[in-house]
Design a protein around this ligand. Structure first.
Ligand code: ATP
Ligand code: ZN
Length: 304
């Protein structure tokens, strides 16, 4: 077996967007999973120094193909890109075989229909006979078919939001997160076609046991990273008589640790992991219920 083949059998290759909205959150998640990457001179590859995992930096649109064709074992990409690809392949009689391993908590956006401000809108039927500009022709076609609406799809490669102003379309179907781009172009979001977020996908091809083991470890770490993002560790003192009320107020914590306080038989210390953010309002309610010495700490790592 030559060196290349041996490496292919032991090191995972993960495709990540080279430069765009998913790049920083993807690299941030991998770093939180413990991966130390050294970037090669060409910046196209990142080598995992402390895990058998290398990163290939590519355009996000290429990620489903790279994984489907088993050039990469894993990929981090938007659900919007995956679903568009799945439909594009299906139209050519090819079945998409990449597998979604995990939904991730970043890259949130939605593929939406927007019309010029003030345009008449009474549901999807208003699109009948209209021209709709998009870079997602397959998802849009599926949406229109499901709504039973016949409209003309104008496929563009970018700058979709200016198509109505240029007279190239009557409506658009594009990605929206805050809506500020739409507002800047005097467009109004009227219908959601797809709710999207980043996902981790994997090759349909069976992996060598070492690689499978690392995929499982990575998934477990991702789970931990996602859980701690919102989690807080809270410590407080409480009168025993207020225990029930205080436990009810602790957000998203299952079984807090209750510790007796030396010299205070009527009081206890409570330590709990709250799986939701702890707001000032919560602390104020806890205090009103009799809690004192409240302390809220960020959680760094969590493994169930
Ligand atoms: P590339 O050069 O890699 O093809 P791109 O221009 O297609 O980049 P980006 O604009 O960087 O892609 O978006 C990448 C992904 O980020 C989108 O496919 C989507 O999943 C997600 N995303 C989150 N919010 C938004 C948003 N407001 N607009 C566009 N994409 C968003
Ligand atoms: Zn792209």
């Amino acid at each position: 077996m030559d060196r290349d083949t041996r490496e292919r059998d032991t090191r995972l290759k993960l495709a990540v967007q080279k430069s765009g909205r998913l790049t920083d959150p993807s690299l941030d998640m991998l770093a939180r999973c413990g991966l130390k990457l050294s970037r090669g001179k060409d910046q196209l590859m990142g080598f995992g120094e402390n895990m058998p995992l290398d990163v290939l930096f590519v355009r996000d649109d290429d990620i489903p193909d790279l994984v489907q064709e088993d050039v990469c074992d894993l990929g981090l990409v938007g659900l919007n890109v995956i679903e568009e690809k799945r439909l594009a392949l299906a139209a050519r009689g090819i079945r998409a075989t990449f597998e979604c391993l995990r939904l991730l908590d970043f890259g949130r956006c939605r593929l939406s229909i927007a019309v010029p401000e003030g345009a008449e809108w009474s549901g999807a039927a208003s699109l009948a006979g209209k021209r709709i500009a998009t870079t997602y022709p397959n998802l849009l076609a599926q949406f229109l078919a499901r709504q039973g609406v016949a409209a003309q799809i104008v496929t563009l490669s970018g700058a979709v939001e200016i198509a109505p102003r240029l007279g190239r379309a009557d409506a658009i179907c594009d990605l929206v997160s805050t809506g500020s781009t739409l507002a800047a172009n005097h467009l109004e979001e009227v219908e959601t076609v797809l709710e999207s977020h980043a996902v981790l996908i994997r090759t349909p091809v069976a992996l060598a046991p070492v690689k499978t083991e690392w995929v499982e470890r990575l998934l477990m770490r991702i789970e931990g990273v996602q859980q701690v993002r919102e989690s807080k560790y809270i410590m407080l003192h409480a009168p025993r008589s207020a225990l029930a009320e205080i436990r009810r107020l602790l957000p998203g914590s299952e079984s807090p640790t209750i510790i007796p306080l030396e010299g205070h038989p009527d009081k206890v210390a409570i330590h709990a992991v709250c799986r939701e953010n702890v707001f000032w309002e919560t602390l104020e309610s806890l205090k009103r219920a009799g809690a004192s010495a409240l302390l809220v700490l960020p959680v760094e790592k969590m493994l169930a």
